[in-house]
Design a binder for this molecule. Structure first.
Ligand code: ADP
Ligand code: ASP
Ligand code: MG
Length: 419
């Protein structure tokens, strides 16, 4: 008998018919002998609708109250699901984040889990019940409801699996595993049998929304095997686990993209010490994360241009803050662009191969896709491009790095290919 944490995403519990279908699947599994903790998302679209509702009332909704509101989406599904399970003759109990003992920091909308008190869950498991937990939510030390950031139910599931020392965390979604790139925009995307935590973390952080990045962090830290699979069809999925010999030895193993970026440029910034601090401190004070930063000559002696990217959600606020600072420091103009996207190639094999960046830039150049910004780490290269080329860029890079080819087939990568 194993202890399994299962998570079902928004499309998997999109309506009452789906909720009943998932209840049947869960009851069958329980009857086979496993102990089950089931984490549910809100119905697909519900969280977006709740945010829209808040905006109808207030242009900048109070963060605490927005979390109270957003947390209701998951409470609908856990209650309906437990009703369906009980009608099938199995016992189940629903828990909010608070009832499940999920303590977080007080960062509304992006809270991090700091501790999980597992007593209540273990007590219910011992009584033979299926424990059904609302994903995406917790509470802080003052007892306020918090949410974990969009897509955060994955993190609830993996963190619970770690705290409960579960044997496996199964993530059920609308795709049947982790692919070399988003299968919904690239028909040649290939499903991976296994992927390392390290690569998955990078892919998730760079836009592969199949897993919430922090869920992979938890998996990696506590060594929880994560199995991503479909809640619609019964086919093998993808195991996210520690890197091993059997993993595919591609130099590049995945392509990701995110449209959730915006770029801000300040021209003619006085090229003297302290300017970057003047520009970026107010952003940090307002919890705005800056991703890529480029400083270059402006053509005017003693002046520089500074460009950086932020999440699109922070674009309007960033522009306002930066326009204020630019005036104070006597810089030139502030330009913004939120019609951009970031496209990235990811692979642990890059650590030991050169020439990968050149191959990426050449492939984009052949399609006349202009690269506006570049950033690299040991296992990824990201480029900012015009948003309208996002899907084309994904497909071109997928072809360039031949990710559609099965490494277990006749094709095998040769080191010199990239030198
Ligand atoms: P859920 O509601 O189940 O949490 P999400 O919509 O958050 O599901 O995540 C699943 C989606 O992730 C897929 O429909 C797919 O479009 C997208 N996706 C992006 N990159 C990948 C990838 N590399 N492999 C699989 N799916 C991906
Ligand atoms: N319901 C939340 C969202 O839509 C959390 C999740 O689905 O993981 O972001
Ligand atoms: Mg998700």
């Amino acid at each position: 008998m194993a202890l399994i944490v299962q998570k079902y995403g928004g499309t998997s519990v999109a309506d009452t018919a789906r909720i009943k279908a998932i209840a049947q699947r869960v009851v069958k599994r329980k009857k086979s002998g496993d102990d089950l903790v089931v984490v549910l998302s809100a119905r697909a679209g519900d969280t977006d609708r709740l945010i829209e509702l808040a905006r109808e009332v207030s242009p900048r909704p109070d963060p605490r109250e927005l979390d109270v509101l957003m947390a209701t989406g998951e409470q609908i599904t856990i209650a309906l699901f437990c009703m369906a399970v009980k009608d099938l003759g199995c016992d189940a109990i629903s828990f909010t984040g608070y009832q499940a003992g999920i303590l977080t920091d007080d960062h509304y909308g992006e809270a991090r889990i700091s501790f999980i008190n597992t007593d209540a869950i273990f007590k219910q498991l011992r009584l033979g019940r299926i424990v059904v937990v609302a994903g995406f939510q917790g509470y802080d030390t003052e007892g306020n409801i918090t949410t974990l950031g969009r897509g955060g139910s994955d993190t609830t599931a993996v963190a619970l699996a770690a705290a409960l020392k579960a044997d496996l965390c199964e993530i059920y979604t609308d795709v049947d595993g982790v692919y070399t790139t988003d299968p919904n925009i690239c028909s040649k995307a290939r499903k991976l049998n296994k992927i390392s935590y390290e690569e998955m973390l990078e892919m998730a952080s760079l836009g592969a929304k199949v897993l919430h990045a922090r869920s992979v962090e938890f998996g990696m830290k506590y060594n929880v095997p994560i199995y991503v699979c479909s809640s619609f069809v019964d086919v093998p999925g993808t195991l996210v686990t520690q890197e091993d010999e059997s993993m595919e030895r591609y130099v590049v193993s995945g392509i990701t993209y995110t449209r959730n970026v915006a770029r801000v440029t300040i021209t003619d910034v006085p090229d003297v010490p302290g300017m970057a601090a003047r520009i970026f401190t107010p952003l940090a004070q307002n919890d705005i994360n800056v991703d890529m930063i480029i400083q270059g000559s402006s053509g005017v002696p003693g002046k520089a241009n500074i460009s950086f990217t932020v999440s699109r959600d922070n674009y309007v606020e960033t522009m306002k803050l930066v326009e204020g600072v630019a005036r104070e420091i006597g810089a030139g103009e502030v330009h913004g662009d939120d019609n951009i996207s970031k496209i990235s190639i990811v692979g642990v094999g890059m650590k030991s191969h050169s020439g990968v960046a050149g191959k990426m830039f050449n492939a984009l150049a052949r399609e006349n896709i202009n690269i506006m910004m570049i950033s690299t780490s040991e296992i990824k290269i990201s480029c900012v491009i015009d948003e309208k080329y996002t899907e084309l860029a994904v497909r071109v890079l997928h072809d360039e790095f031949e990710l559609h080819k099965d490494p277990n087939g006749s094709f095998s990568i040769k080191e010199e290919t990239f030198n």
